[in-house]
Design a protein around this ligand. Structure first.
Ligand code: ATP
Ligand code: MN
Length: 477
């Protein structure tokens, strides 16, 4: 039978045709007009019923949240507000919805309330729009890299290496937590564990991706990533999705060029394919912003922000230049920063990153050549003996969205650095092998997918751009 998605019906020129649609009631008014949504679009389809033809018991159950299957005629709408409507001939109540206990009523709910109803929140306009944009972004990520000739690789989720150095990890173990076998030191004996060694959930697929880039040339990963850092912020999840391209024969400039081209390309794709959802989110964003105090308000609307990023080059400056700007900045002189900038070498806090992006340059910024001391062991050392070829991309409202670098390809330099940082070189034997057998300059970066979704949808809290967020003290659902 001719089952149609509401999205495709609304794109039609109104010409009469019989079809079936299935979805959930958003509202039912005057015993006559059902606003039905099937998730295919932000828009509802107006469905007109003749209440005299519907059994009383069924009619009573057409309530917000109920699932219906409707057969009827699509015709030009009589009323204003929509181009077409469905004149219902057959109505089947697929699943009733108790109006007394259904939490998603047709009114404004707070995001906090909806987080507690994460299993039902996708039935709201806001969350369905976010999830369609998320899906389109995800498609665009694959499309971009596939078009550029990159190979998609899946790196392990359970990792035996603890040298990635990106923060706290979640242990993976089948040892009996109540009564683990102990070794001579009285610690749990991981030789007895499932893998015969300590294992964790991955914090990054980078090291493994490097191995594949040095054979496939250009690769990317796109998968779940885990960090047991206890950071209760609006930009951190314990489980998030990361995109990690890794490219042989790329230096840091090639890396920055790729990252910029990649981000603008996926944003362009959603501008083209998610028009209605973005319009809705833009309106929502503007409303939220207008309720904030003037000095905290975003100067641009959501769509304006996205277009601005697509149309303008990112500003590239070195860490050293950034420190100079920050040191001489008004908030630093007036002691407005929580962490004042006095000397070269300090790590930048998000207040500094946001100042550079939102106040000083007013555009995305790529910072490069960071002090070696605050960066990971695998980043390529510059000849100045102080800095490494790292780059971070900073976005308005988000802060860091990308972290990347040119990797150290020289075996002796890398070994020395591993030693200096007290990292177990034995664990990294295979990683060092890559520098022994056909080593080449190479680079890559990691982009946190949810931070990209946050930017694109204008959502302030990262918990609202992933279906079931995992954060400290919260693994509900
Ligand atoms: P931050 O300083 O914001 O914690 P990081 O320096 O730990 O980030 P990287 O280790 O460079 O980040 O990870 C690469 C990217 O992954 C980051 O640029 C960011 O977009 C994303 N990311 C990192 N940690 C998280 C997290 N806990 N939740 C969501 N995204 C994250
Ligand atoms: Mn972090």
């Amino acid at each position: 039978m001719n089952i149609k998605k509401i999205k495709s019906l609304l794109e039609l020129n109104p010409e009469s045709q019989t079809c079936i649609i299935q979805g959930w009631v958003r509202t039912f008014r005057a015993n006559r007009f059902i606003a039905l949504n099937d998730g295919s679009t932000i828009e509802n389809l107006q469905c007109v019923v003749d209440f005299e033809k519907i059994e009383e018991t069924i009619l009573k159950q057409i309530t917000t949240g109920a699932a219906l299957r409707l057969k009827g005629n699509i015709v030009e709408s009589q009323g204003s507000g929509q181009k077409v409507e469905l004149q219902v001939e057959e109505l089947i109540l697929v699943g009733a919805c108790d109006p007394e206990t259904y939490p998603i009523q047709p009114k404004k709910h707070s995001l906090e309330f909806l987080r507690e109803k994460a299993h039902l929140r996708v039935r709201t306009a806001t969350f369905s729009a976010i999830m369609r944009v998320r899906s389109a972004l995800s498609f665009a990520v694959h499309q971009f890299f596939q078009n550029e000739g990159f190979v998609y690789v899946n790196t392990p989720i359970i990792t035996g290496s603890d040298a990635e150095g990106a923060g706290e990890m979640f242990r993976v173990s089948t040892l009996d937590p109540k009564n683990p076998k102990l070794n001579e030191n009285g610690d749990p004996d991981f030789k007895e564990d499932f893998f015969g060694k300590e294992t964790n959930l991955t914090v990054s697929g980078q090291l493994e991706a490097e191995s594949y880039a040095l054979g496939l040339g250009e690769v990317y990963t796109f998968g779940p990533t885990f960090r047991a850092e206890n950071s209760n912020t609006t930009r951190h999840l314990a489980e998030f999705w990361m995109i990690e391209p890794e490219m042989a024969f790329y230096d840091l400039n090639d890396n920055m060029d790729l990252a910029e081209k990649f981000i603008t390309s996926v944003l362009k794709h959603v501008l083209e394919t998610c028009e209605k959802d973005l319009e809705f989110l833009d309106e929502r964003f503007n409303k939220e912003e207008s309720s904030k105090p003037q000095q905290l308000r975003s100067e641009l609307g959501l769509l304006e922000k996205i277009k601005f990023v697509v149309d303008n080059n990112f500003k590239r400056i070195s860490y050293t230049e950034a420190i100079e700007i920050l040191r001489n900045s008004k908030p630093n002189k007036k002691k407005k920063f929580q962490y004042p900038i006095n000397e070269w070498g300090v790590d930048l806090q998000s207040e500094h990153e946001r100042f550079l992006v939102e106040k000083h340059f007013k555009c995305p910024v790529i910072l490069f050549d960071y002090p070696a001391k605050i960066k990971a062991f695998y980043m390529r050392q510059n000849d100045d003996g102080k800095t490494v070829r790292a780059m971070d991309i900073l976005f308005p409202g988000i802060g860091e969205i990308v972290g990347g670098s040119q990797r150290e390809e020289r075996l002796d330099v890398l070994e020395k650095r591993i030693q200096e940082m007290n990292i177990d070189a034995e664990e990294l034997w295979w990683y060092l092998d890559l520098r022994r057998f056909g080593s080449v300059p190479h680079s890559g970066f990691g982009l946190g997918f949810e931070r990209l979704v946050q930017f694109t949808t204008g959502m302030g809290n990262i918990r609202d751009v992933i279906p079931f967020p995992r954060t400290p003290q919260n693994a509900a659902f």
